[in-house]
Design a protein around this ligand. Structure first.
Ligand code: PMP
Length: 443
């Protein structure tokens, strides 16, 4: 039991804590264990054993290599060999590991400027800015874009970094139903004074914030419909492409590329560099005057450490592989592989009888477990078959909407996908997860 150090209620005495503590004891034993080595096609886990009733764990001194469908390594750039690794190695020798300074002081390297120029070009915006963390890119950018007197309309499933950034801005925040264009339009109509749809009164600015691809659902934003609404209601649009840049679109340039929408229609294209680029950090791409303002007012970069040079080199090298500049044809090949693997695994899981969430082209593939007791069990059964998969439950999802989430990568091949499907076939029977009657032929 918890003890209250102040004589009243313990600081963490609430339902969330009760639930999370109880469940966490079991969840700690899931896939979420220390890893070692590259989170690539395979991932190596540290083996451990429970030492007491409260499930404290001890490293047993052995390791297990598992097939990795748990990392956001969409294009397979998380690797320790090949052209990216060579470029990074050379970079460390030239630049060392850290700039030991924020951007505002001596932390702006020539590499940072190069990355910003190439990212802007890649996503189709005039300018861009890099940050040392994806989370901070959102958390730091909203307060630089909107303030008190502004309105943010945010998809209810937006990532915590967006919600925290929005809160820190001081703007009023309203959430619309996930991916529900009618609900968004209803809110816009309500927000804008009657008869004056082209002004933002009584709001200084209205900013609509969405994600390109939602990582808990595998759903994709309905960008064409939001852009149509934007033309009608004249709001500003912020799209977080953490999971879509590199992973979606014919040329891997994200949701604008996927839907053939002109990037000029989106005011802010934000993304992280931790997923498709196998690096670290985030970026914001926009008109030059917006980037200039972000650079001069964003506390996170003015006062926080700049991205490490070696990380910037990883971004440059992977970006140049995607565009075909560094290794002709390899980018295209990676994009084709992730697209094939995503559709193949999704369809296979549906055929087995799983309830699969999300868009057909999403490389994030959530299957529904529903019952919280099945979270740890599914993870265990997959681990027994040497497959690492992320399992998710409350509070990240509603209480009875627990799920497992496969992250497909260009580093995988068809054989890997077949191995996941064979394991899911058996585990689905053991845990009674085949809730649907299956799909004959189609998606
Ligand atoms: N935005 C979204 C939509 C995310 O899913 C995440 C993290 N997965 C972030 C921002 C934060 O990025 P990072 O992990 O690179 O800090």
């Amino acid at each position: 039991t918890l003890k209250a150090s102040n004589g009243y209620a313990p600081l963490n005495d609430d339902f969330d804590n009760f639930y999370v503590r109880r469940l966490k004891m079991r969840l700690d034993d899931c896939f979420a264990r220390p890893t070692t080595g590259v989170p690539g096609r395979f991932i190596t886990l540290m083996d451990r054993k429970s030492t007491d009733f409260n499930r404290s764990y001890q490293f047993t001194g052995t390791y297990t290599q598992t097939l990795n469908v748990s990392s956001y390594n969409y294009l397979g750039f998380a690797q320790s060999e090949g052209p990216c690794a060579e470029a990074v190695e050379e970079c460390v020798r030239k630049y060392g590991l850290s700039t030991c300074s924020p951007r505002g002081d001596a932390g702006t390297t020539d590499l940072a400027l190069e990355v910003e120029r190439e990212i802007a070009q890649f996503v189709g915006k005039p300018a861009a800015m890099v940050f040392s963390m994806g989370f901070v890119t959102n958390a730091g950018s909203f307060p630089a874009l909107v303030s008190k007197g502004c309105l943010i309309l945010s998809d209810e499933l937006n990532h915590a970094s967006i919600r925290i950034g929005a809160r820190m801005s001081g703007a009023v925040i309203r959430s619309f139903k996930h991916n529900d264009i009618e609900d968004l339009e209803r809110m816009l109509r309500e927000a804008i004074s009657q008869g004056q749809p082209r002004t933002h009164r009584p709001w200084k600015k209205i900013l609509v914030a969405v994600e390109g691809l939602y990582s808990m659902e595998g759903t994709m934003v309905d960008l064409p419909s939001i852009v149509a609404l934007k033309k009608k209601y004249k709001f500003f649009l912020y799209v977080d492409e953490a999971h879509s840049v590199g992973a979606l679109g014919r040329r891997g340039r994200g949701v604008c590329d996927y839907f053939n929408v002109d990037p000029a229609e989106v005011d802010i294209l934000m993304g992280t560099l931790t997923k498709s680029f196998g690096a670290n950090g985030g970026y914001v791409a926009a008109e030059k005057h917006i980037i200039d303002k972000l650079k001069s007012t964003n506390a996170a970069t003015l006062l926080g450490e700049s991205p490490a040079p070696s990380v910037l080199m990883q971004i440059l090298a992977s970006l140049r592989i995607i565009t075909g500049e560094l290794v002709p044809g390899q980018g295209e090949e990676r994009l084709q592989r992730i697209a094939f693997n995503s559709r193949y695994l999704r369809l296979g899981l549906k055929r087995l009888g799983y309830i699969v969430y999300g868009h057909d082209d999403s490389p994030i593939i959530p299957i529904m477990l529903y019952h919280p007791a099945k979270i740890a069990a599914f993870s265990h059964e997959m681990l027994k078959r040497k497959i690492s998969v992320v399992v998710v439950g409350y509070p990240a999802t509603p209480l009875i909407s627990s799920r497992a989430r496969f992250c497909v990568s260009a580093a995988h091949n068809k054989e890997d996908m077949d191995r996941v499907l064979a394991a899911c076939d058996v585990v689905g029977d053991i845990l009674q997860l085949k809730y649907s009657t299956g799909v004959a032929g189609g998606a």
